[in-house]
Design a protein around this ligand. Structure first.
Ligand SMILES: Cc1cc2nc3c(=O)[nH]c(=O)nc-3n(C[C@H](O)[C@H](O)[C@H](O)COP(=O)(O)O)c2cc1C
Length: 192
């Protein structure tokens, strides 16, 4: 069987981001489980705020096309999002919106996520750990026809969660990430 390819996308660009750290922990666990991992930054795919006039004038930006191709070339995706005002931040939503505007030959619009297995996680300094952002993200991705796996991981009190090597300190947090990784691997292998 071909190596399982997993794409890891953190939904923050901030230096010291709790979510970038959590994405790195996830990437480490996927590699440890034998997957081939690609970790990207949305900062390498800058996109203007979605505007229908801009699309009508100039088409979908190349970075949205590249992001869609990047997702398509992996068997599964881990998306790690911050929570902004109880939902996903514009960086994440805007990338999703643009990707759903890419229309490749022989497909109808909005197929960028179709049947792609996604695991979702969030990190926040609050007790809820970004779980409302995860509800919003699950709804958005499911509506885009992604397969969002049942497990998810909301890391609470993220400002105290990492050691000085940016590893998770709490065994229950480590196990939650490992359970998420195991389930995404299982589902992705089934859908390969
Ligand atoms: C505009 C804005 C809204 C926020 N709203 C929430 C929120 O609803 N719930 C929450 O837990 N944290 C909220 N936060 C705090 C973020 O979760 C926190 O800044 C977090 O560290 C951002 O993720 P990062 O560390 O990966 O950049 C908000 C932050 C900003 C800037």
């Amino acid at each position: 069987m071909a190596a399982l390819k997993i794409l890891v996308i953190p939904g923050s660009l901030r230096s010291g981001s709790h979510n970038v750290k959590l994405a790195a922990v996830g990437a480490y666990e996927f590699a440890r489980a034998g997957a081939e991992v690609t970790r990207i930054s949305l900062g390498d795919f800058p996109l203007p705020i979605y505007d229908g006039d801009l699309q009508a004038r100039s088409g979908v930006p190349k970075n949205a096309v590249n992001l869609k191709r990047m997702i398509a070339s992996h068997h599964g995706v881990l998306l790690v999002t911050p929570e902004y005002n109880s939902s996903v931040p514009p960086l994440v939503k805007n990338a999703i919106d643009w990707i759903t505007r890419v229309q490749d030959a022989n497909e109808s619009r909005g197929q960028g996520f179709r049947e792609k297995p996604f695991a979702i996680a969030a990190a926040s300094e609050s007790r809820l750990g970004g779980s409302r952002a995860l509800s919003a993200l699950r709804l958005i991705l499911s509506a885009c026809r992604a397969t969002v796996i049942p497990n998810q991981f909301a890391l609470s009190f993220a400002d105290q969660a990492y050691d000085d090597m940016d590893r998770l300190k709490n065994p229950s947090d480590i196990e939650a990430m490992r359970a998420l990784v195991r389930q995404l691997i299982e589902v992705s292998q089934r859908m390969m």
